[in-house]
Design a binder for this molecule. Structure first.
Ligand SMILES: *Cc1c(COP(=O)(O)O)cnc(C)c1O
Length: 391
């Protein structure tokens, strides 16, 4: 099994063949409730008819031409994203790591424009920005960096959710701050309410670019199209990927003002980036999010699910906290709980555990109320049985 695949993943012994909405069917025909959406990718669920139709139509027309020519759908998608976000320009790529690479390159070039010879970016402890050399160097997790030294230099690390620590940085090389509005891989960590606003003020005072990694939080997941819209700020740069194409690979680095003019002819590129197929999928995603009112639904459903979990776990002393920002939901236990993934899988429920002790749920935004109830009941049963049995 997997004999010719590099062993970079500890894969669960299940293979899915078909999906519909919040459900996946494995090769034995067994049905699973997907509370992870392919890690915040399939926000519209599996095989959403609007996305399927857009992909099929475009695949039959034109898949790729390269960026040596104008790409009409790319221009249309950039317009839609710019008007939805308040940004001026978009660079398209194929993944979250690439989108963050673009942001880091943009910050460095911005710094050189200011006369800073070795520009540096402030990044956070516990963060995740991807697996390329620059993005793993920006990532605040030694396990991800180990074995790949020398790391890319030019990052200054501070604790997350600590604006004072950012304020205390007195380093003339700093030109930007890169931060996740909610840390996803880091354990669904939600910063205190004024955090992004303070970072915005600090960046304004010091001419730093505020760059948000919205690869996981973006596209409606947190209850607004982009998480920064709930923080009452606008970043200079932000990145998207995961749910942008509902599974068709596409990433984006968006910027406004002077930051939007930094990456000029010849300074960055991507062969596949923003090809007609990926853009058709992303346009269908944006349209469907609007038509089905799914962004608002993510906020309402997320709060309801979290409240129901709090009720279910009210008398379980091993559950430290249930937290959520829209449909990014974390259930933190008082112990490592990676075992729960296999136990849930056996019962036909797909969940994830991150940062060792936190169950992470990223259900699709199209989850209906009955499915939400099923998710809460089933997972609460598994967690309560497991923690009480093993106390
Ligand atoms: C998943 C993720 C990335 C990396 O995206 P890839 O598409 O796997 O390269 C970067 N940042 C955040 C916040 C993510 O959640």
């Amino acid at each position: 099994m997997n004999s010719h695949i590099m062993p970079t993943y500890a894969r669960l012994p299940v293979c899915f063949e078909r999906g519909e909405g919040a459900w996946l069917w494995d090769s034995d025909g067994k049905r699973h409730l997907d509370a992870l959406s392919g890690i915040a990718v399939c926000n519209l669920g599996h095989a959403h008819p609007a996305v399927t139709a857009a992909i099929a139509l475009q695949a039959g027309k034109l898949v790729h031409t390269s960026n040596l020519y104008r790409v009409g759908l790319q221009e249309t998608l950039a317009d839609a994203l710019a008007s939805a976000s308040g940004m001026d320009n978009v660079f398209f790529c194929n993944s979250g790591a690439e989108a963050n690479e673009a942001a880091i390159k943009l910050a460095r070039k911005y710094g050189h424009g200011l006369g800073v010879c070795e520009p540096a970016v402030i990044v956070m402890e516990n963060s995740f920005h991807g697996r390329t050399l620059a993005t793993l160097s920006a990532t605040g997790n030694r396990k991800i960096q180990e074995g790949f030294e020398p790391l890319v230099s030019g990052f200054v690390r501070v604790p997350y959710d600590d604006a004072d620590a950012v304020s205390a940085i007195d380093n003339p090389n700093v030109v930007a701050v890169l931060v996740e509005p909610v840390q996803g891989e880091g354990g669904v960590r939600i910063p205190s309410p004024g955090y992004l606003k303070r970072l915005r003020e600090l960046c304004d005072q010091r001419q730093w670019l505020l760059m948000l990694d919205e690869v996981q939080t973006g596209m409606g997941r947190t209850g607004s199209l982009f998480a920064f819209q709930q923080a009452g700020i606008v970043p200079d740069v932000f990145t998207l990927a995961k749910a942008l194409g509902n599974g068709v690979p596409i990433g984006a680095c968006l910027a406004r003002g002077t930051a939007a003019e930094i990456l000029t002819v010849g300074k960055h590129g991507s062969t596949f980036g923003g090809n007609p197929l990926a853009c058709a999928a992303a346009l269908a995603v944006l349209k469907t999010l609007g038509e089905e009112n799914l962004v608002q639904r993510a906020g309402i459903l997320g709060s309801a699910i979290a409240a129901n979990f709090r009720t279910e776990f009210g008398s379980n002393p091993h559950v430290r906290e249930v937290r959520n920002h829209g449909l990014m939901i974390g259930i933190e236990l008082d112990r490592p709980c990676a075992d729960l993934v296999g136990l849930a899988l056996a019962q036909g429920l797909l969940i994830n555990v991150t940062a060792e002790t936190t169950i992470r749920l990223l259900p699709p935004l199209i989850l209906d109320n009955a499915e939400a109830q099923l998710l809460v009941g089933q997972l609460a049963g598994i967690v309560n049985a497991h923690t009480i049995q093993n106390q």
